[in-house]
Design a protein around this ligand. Structure first.
Ligand SMILES: [Zn+2]
Length: 179
C-alpha cells in the first residue's frame, strides 16, 4: 500500500499527473447550503445521475477498484479540482473547488475515464480529454457544455505534457529499473 504523502511527493516531482480545472466550465453560480462532499455523497450522486458512465464510475468506486482521495485543496497548488495519476488507480479531488456532490461526481467520472483509458504520458492525447469531459457531463447535470464547447476547452487547455517532462519520466523509470 502506497502512502498518499509519499505518493504525491514522488509523483508531483515528475509532473506525472493530469489535472482538471474547475474554472470556465460552468454557467451557474454556486448555490448555498449544498450537502457536503464525501465519498458516500458522490456515490449517491452518481447513482442519481443514472447514466452508464455514472453507474460504471460508482461501481469502480464502490468496489475499491478506484481509490478516491478527498483533500482540502490541490496539493500541487495549481488550483486543480481533480487529478488522475498515470498508471495508477488513484484519483484526487480538491474540496475547495467543489460546490456539490453532483459536481464532485462529474470530476470523479472524468478522472475515472482517464483510468479506463490506460493512458501513459506518451499516449495521452486531446481525444482522451474530450472523452473524459463527456463522462463528466454524463455524471453531472450541472456540467452543460456541448461537444463543440468541450472540444474548444480541450484545444485551449491541452496538452500539458512537454517532451521535456516525458524525457524526465523516462529517465526516472529507467533509474527505478536499475535500482
Ligand atoms: Zn482530464
Amino acid at each position: 500500500m502506497v502512502k498518499w504523502n509519499d505518493f504525491f511527493k514522488r509523483e508531483s516531482a515528475l509532473a506525472r499527473e493530469i489535472s482538471t480545472a474547475s474554472g470556465g466550465t460552468r454557467r451557474n453560480t454556486p448555490s448555498s447550503g449544498v450537502p457536503s462532499v464525501s465519498e458516500e455523497s458522490i456515490i449517491h450522486a452518481l447513482r442519481q445521475a443514472g447514466t452508464k458512465e455514472a453507474l460504471a464510475t460508482s461501481k469502480l468506486l464502490k468496489r475499491g477498484i478506484i481509490h478516491l482521495k478527498l483533500v482540502p485543496m490541490d496539493p500541487l497548488g495549481k488550483g486543480a479540482a481533480g487529478r488522475y495519476y498515470f498508471g495508477s488507480n488513484k484519483i484526487l479531488l480538491a474540496l475547495d473547488k467543489l460546490r456539490s456532490p453532483h459536481e464532485a461526481a462529474g470530476f470523479v467520472a472524468h478522472e475515472t475515464r482517464h483510468y479506463l483509458q490506460r493512458i501513459t504520458p506518451q499516449t495521452y492525447r486531446r481525444i482522451h480529454e474530450f472523452e473524459a469531459y463527456q463522462w463528466q457531463r454524463a455524471a453531472d447535470a450541472t456540467f452543460q457544455l456541448s461537444d463543440q464547447e468541450i472540444l474548444q476547452l480541450c484545444l485551449r487547455s491541452k496538452p500539458v505534457l512537454t517532451l521535456e517532462v516525458i524525457r524526465s519520466i523516462n529517465l526516472y523509470q529507467n533509474r527505478l529499473q536499475r535500482n
